[in-house]
Design a protein around this ligand. Structure first.
Ligand SMILES: [Zn+2]
Length: 240
């Protein structure tokens, strides 16, 4: 009897909605883990950028330190030569050298101090990222474990529900089962069954003619809604 068949389908539809809830719960667990993994990936990338900047600055520092050392040695030598100058021209030449070297040394000293500060800051930032990566790895492992347990339990529930859906579908006649599965291809978890109220599909509002509507209602014919493709279900099956 058509009404009985539809009753099974209605129950199958509501069990499928429960399956969807469990699937959503699984999805939530998956995205929770993904979120932490993403945060760690961002952090690891940032750490690697900071490290290469740190290497770059360290190399610059060493070049500038070498330059400073050489410039200071040169200035010292020039200073030693000034009292030994044989004439004013020589003195002036040496003085000119010093006029170039002294501001250069001052600049280098300033740049070196700045670089040292930058290197210290970068080192701290790298350490911070390292700390985060270490800590988040521990929580990631824990959350992954919890999440796996959650997912397994949700999957168990889904399995039970799926078995019940299968059983309901096998209890309904082939034509109803086929109609339901066909509609489910497009509308799974989104009402594969529709009802006719005031001669129109309650989901897409497609209007059926009176006679068709009343034949469907009586269970004389089984049709899919021409508007949305959902299997049209007699209202009486809903209230049985
Ligand atoms: Zn429709």
């Amino acid at each position: 009897m058509a009404i009985e068949d539809f009753k099974h389908l209605i129950e199958a539809q509501s069990l499928e909605k429960k399956i969807k809830e469990h699937l959503d719960a699984i999805e939530e667990q998956v995205s929770r883990v993904k979120h932490i993994e993403k945060q760690r990936e961002i952090s690891a990338n940032a750490k690697s950028d900071l490290e290469s900047e740190l290497n770059d600055k360290t190399a610059k520092l060493s070049t500038k330190e070498k330059d400073l050392f050489e410039s200071e040695a040169k200035a010292e030598k020039t200073n030693e030569h000034i009292p030994l100058a044989r004439n004013e021209q020589e003195t002036n030449a040496l003085q000119k050298e010093l006029d170039v070297l002294i501001p250069k040394i001052e600049n280098l000293q300033e740049e070196i101090l700045e670089l040292m500060q930058t290197i210290e800051d970068l080192g701290e930032q790298v350490a911070e990222k390292e700390e985060f990566l270490k800590g988040s790895l521990i929580s990631l492992e824990k959350i992954k474990g919890d999440s796996e347990n959650e997912i397994n339990s949700e999957e168990e529930k889904i399995k039970v529900l799926e078995e019940r859906v299968d059983s309901l579908l096998s209890q309904s006649g082939e034509i109803y089962k086929t109609g339901f599965l066909l509609s489910n291809e497009k509308h799974r978890f989104n009402n594969p069954l529709c009802f006719v109220s005031n001669s129109a599909c309650h989901v897409c509002r497609y209007t059926l003619n009176q006679m068709q509507a009343s034949e469907i209602e009586k269970g004389v014919v089984t049709e899919s809604c021409p508007g949305c493709g959902r299997l049209i279900t007699p209202l009486s099956a809903k209230t049985l």
